[in-house]
Design a protein around this ligand. Sequence first.
Ligand SMILES: [Cu+2]
Length: 160
Amino acid sequence: MRKFSILVAAVLVLAGCSAEPEVAATDLWVKSSESSLAGGMTAVYGTLTNNTSADIVLTGGKTDAAGVTEVHEMAMINGQMKMQEIDGGLTIPAGQSIELEPGGNHLMLMQLTADLLAGDEISVTFSFTGAADLLVDGIVAKPAEGGDEEYHSTEMDMDN
Ligand SMILES: [Cu+2]
């Protein structure tokens, strides 16, 4: 019983003193548009680093800038590269980093609540399995080539 109490105390101290977040987000940015994006979609890119010794899964996110946030991958569908939601989320292996980039995996923002022009900043809360939510402020919008892939929605397929 006494051993158990000491163990719990040690874990609490470690958690409280932890200087490194479980997941570190670096070089985050969001793709802007010169024309109206309100109601449309764009994506957040950057690097997510798992600072723990266990796998962490990026399952989604939340932002005031968009009504829907999904974790997307690129996939070959009917002979065409399209983006689609990753079933079960995107795994960040223990101690490793993943890149979110145009033409690759990304955090999709859909049903944008406002235009997103170059220089605009948004806040995004990343959600994980295996780590606490991570709020990142000041993600700057900038124009980019790529990332305009067609969205493949499995729900739409079911309706057809
Ligand atoms: Cu997407």
